[in-house]
Each structure stands twice: as structure tokens, then as C-alpha cells.
Design a protein around this ligand. Structure first.
Ligand code: GTP
Ligand code: 5AD
Ligand code: SF4
Ligand code: SF4
Length: 338
């Protein structure tokens, strides 16, 4: 298929595809899958509802033919999907695809890191919200220790999935006291620590603005201990604002999606594990690609569907959040994959 670029109503090209390969997770992070909602009775997707690896590969080829250069595998927890490295190797064969990355909680990573690298995974992002076990366990809510995640981060770097990025969601009164200790831990390691402003994704995480710690405050707190300076983005539309330590100890990133929205350069599409296409992290409804696939549509027909959906895209949720016209029933982060 010939490669083309498609743009939305705000002239933003389609460049990235984030694929959630499962809606399940072995953690119950309070800001993402609170136990009260994601308990015993919660109905996760069944096997036959999930896209197969073959279906994901086929859709990915079509997305790449329409401009996607980077694919990120997410979840839920992507490593819960059996033989995920097989999917990675299938995607790695797609001509024109330049980057394959994964976002994971790290709990199942150590035995998989090498196989993922060999299959063609280029980079990995591991979530870690605190070094302190009491704090980390209260956030993941399944008693998973921080030390095991640290081991997984090092195992990924050893396997060559570098630079490893470490994502910390900052919640005031919960883990904001760990901003400086996390920075201190990851200085001089080559890993890139990124602080994420707590966002109002989904409808179940009980988000309140006063629990969000702003990028400006995070920068100020780190700068007071180890002076930092901004660095130019690596590429157009990069989500994280980059900073480097003036003493040469490496770089950090801040994802300020609440206080400094980056919608105007948002080139990301998202596919849920059951094949619904979302054009925004804060979407309400997806566009059903699975039915299309399973009804026997041709690549051209699926491509036309994608072009139509992207061509009509108007999303800029983070920018309009402050205007107060926000939807009430947003898709959950564990379905759409962050
Ligand atoms: P690389 O630059 O390729 O390493 O990826 P990235 O910066 O996009 O990182 P990643 O995909 O790990 O995103 C980190 C976090 O940023 C996500 O988990 C989300 O919390 C947030 N994020 C990513 N994309 C968006 C987006 O489109 N909108 C908003 N509001 N937040 C996003
Ligand atoms: N706000 C900010 N980041 C979040 N994540 C999950 N929920 C939220 C939220 N409400 C992050 C996770 C992980 C990535 C998948 O998304 O911590 O780093
Ligand atoms: Fe699982 Fe990640 Fe959500 Fe935590 S943030 S519950 S690790 S998907
Ligand atoms: Fe993109 Fe939606 Fe995030 Fe804005 S809020 S950056 S449009 S995903």
C-alpha cells in the first residue's frame, strides 16, 4: 500500500498509534483502577472480544500506510497478554514503522526483557510512583514492592531497551514528598525519569484539581536541589517537556497535560484491546474497527474508515478542560492505555 499522510480538522497529522493489548492489570493503582470499581465483579473483555495478534498486525499495517511511524503497546498491563513478544516481532516486520515501544508496570518484565528486545522492541517505559514501599504499595494497592520494579528497570537497560523511561504520576499528599528522592535516585543512571501531572482520565479515579501538582512546582522543587535547564524537544509534538541537570547528571521530563496542554500538536490515535479506535485519551466513544475487520472489509475499506474518522477529528480535551464543557462519561485509562 502506498504511504500517505492524513490530517484532522486542526491540521494535525496521524503519526502515532497506541495499542492496548488487554484491559486487565495485576495492579490496582488507585488513580487508574480503583478496587471499588475494578473488583471481583468487574467484567473484563473475554477472549473472543480481544483482537488477535493477526488482527492487530493487519490494522497496524493499515495505520502505517496512513502515516503512523511509532507504535506503543500498552494495557492495562501489556505483559499479561500471553506471548506478547510474538506480536512485537510481527509488528517489527512492518515496513515504514520506525519505532515500537511499550508502557508497563514492570512487574512481569524481568523474564521477558531480552525476548522483547530480540523480537524488535526498541524502548520501554516503566511506571514507578515512589521508592518508598509503604507509599508505592498504597498506590498500586496490591502490595507490590518498589525494589522489584527497580530491578525490572535495570533488567530492561541490560537488555538494551534504552534509554529506559520511568513514569511517576504525582498526587499531592500521596507521593509528592518523593519527587526529590526519585530525582536523586535516577540521576546518573541513564534512565529518564518523567513526572506526570495527575489527570482526570476516566470517570472513576475521583480526580480533584487540588491533588494535581503542577509542572512548575515540580521543576521548582527539583531545581532548588539540583539546578536544571530546559532542553529542546526530540521531535514535533513530544509529550514530555525535557530538562537537564546543569551538573551533567542526565535529563528528566515533565508531562504537564493539565497545566500546559499539548493538544495542538497531538498526533496520537489509540486502539482498545477490542478494536475501538479513539482519537483522544479523553474520548467518550470509540469507532468500531473490530466489526469492520470481522465483517470481511478490505484493507482499502478499513483505510478509508480510518481516513474518515481522523479527517473529522476535532479533539482537544486538555485545552477545553478549563472551559467546563467536559464530557462526564469518559473512557477508562485501563481500556485506552494511557
Ligand atoms: P516517547 O516520547 O515516545 O517516549 O513517548 P511518550 O512521551 O508519549 O510517553 P508515554 O507514551 O509513556 O506517555 C507518558 C504519559 O503521558 C502517558 O502515560 C499519559 O499519562 C500521558 N500522555 C501520553 N499521551 C497523552 C496524550 O495524548 N494526552 C494526554 N493528556 N496525556 C498523554
Ligand atoms: N493521571 C496521570 N497519569 C496516569 N496514568 C494512569 N492514570 C493516570 C492519571 N489519572 C499513567 C500511569 C502510567 C501510564 C500508563 O499512565 O501511571 O505511567
Ligand atoms: Fe495497571 Fe498501569 Fe493502571 Fe496501574 S496505572 S492499574 S499498573 S494499567
Ligand atoms: Fe491529544 Fe486528547 Fe491528549 Fe489533547 S487531550 S493531547 S487531543 S489525547
Amino acid at each position: 500500500m502506498e504511504r500517505k499522510t492524513i490530517t484532522d480538522t486542526l491540521q494535525r497529522p496521524l503519526r502515532d498509534l497506541r495499542i492496548s493489548v488487554t484491559d486487565r492489570c495485576n495492579f490496582r493503582c488507585t488513580y487508574c483502577m480503583p478496587k471499588e470499581i475494578f473488583g471481583r465483579d468487574y467484567e473484563f473483555l473475554g477472549r473472543d472480544q480481544l483482537l488477535s495478534f493477526e488482527e492487530i498486525e493487519r490494522l497496524s499495517r493499515i495505520f502505517v500506510a496512513h502515516g503512523v511511524e511509532k507504535i506503543r503497546l500498552t494495557g492495562g498491563e501489556p505483559l499479561l497478554r500471553r506471548d506478547i513478544e510474538k506480536l512485537v516481532s510481527m509488528l517489527a516486520n512492518i515496513e515504514g514503522l520506525q519505532d515500537i515501544a511499550m508502557t508497563t508496570n514492570g512487574s512481569l518484565l524481568i523474564p521477558k526483557a531480552k525476548a522483547l528486545k530480540e523480537a524488535g522492541l526498541k524502548r520501554i517505559t516503566v511506571s514507578l510512583d515512589s521508592l518508598d514501599d509503604a507509599t508505592f504499595m498504597s498506590l498500586n494497592d496490591v502490595d507490590f514492592p518498589a525494589s522489584k520494579v527497580l530491578e525490572a528497570i535495570d533488567a530492561s537497560a541490560d537488555a538494551g531497551l534504552t534509554p529506559v523511561k520511568v513514569d511517576m504520576v504525582v498526587k499531592r499528599g500521596v507521593n509528592d514528598q518523593d519527587i526529590v528522592s526519585m530525582a536523586g535516585h535516577f540521576r546518573n543512571t541513564g534512565h529518564i525519569l518523567r513526572f506526570i501531572e495527575f489527570m482526570d482520565v476516566g470517570s472513576t479515579n475521583g480526580w480533584r484539581m487540588d491533588e494535581m501538582v503542577s509542572a512548575a512546582e515540580i521543576v521548582e522543587r527539583i531545581n532548588a536541589v539540583w539546578p536544571i535547564e530546559p532542553v529542546d524537544p526530540n521531535y514535533y509534538g513530544e509529550v514530555a517537556e525535557r530538562y537537564r541537570y546543569i551538573d551533567g547528571a542526565g535529563e528528566i521530563g515533565i508531562i504537564a497535560s493539565v497545566t500546559v496542554p499539548f493538544c495542538s500538536a497531538c498526533t496520537r490515535s489509540r486502539l482498545t484491546a477490542d478494536g475501538q479506535l479513539f482519537t483522544c485519551l479523553f474520548g467518550v466513544r470509540g469507532h468500531d474497527m473490530r466489526s469492520l475487520l470481522r465483517s470481511g472489509a478490505s484493507d482499502e475499506e478499513i483505510g478509508a474508515f480510518l481516513s474518515r474518522v481522523w479527517g473529522q477529528r476535532t479533539d482537544r480535551y486538555s485545552e477545553i478542560r478549563s472551559e467546563g464543557t467536559i464530557p462526564l462519561e469518559k473512557v477508562e485509562m485501563s481500556r485506552i492505555g494511557g
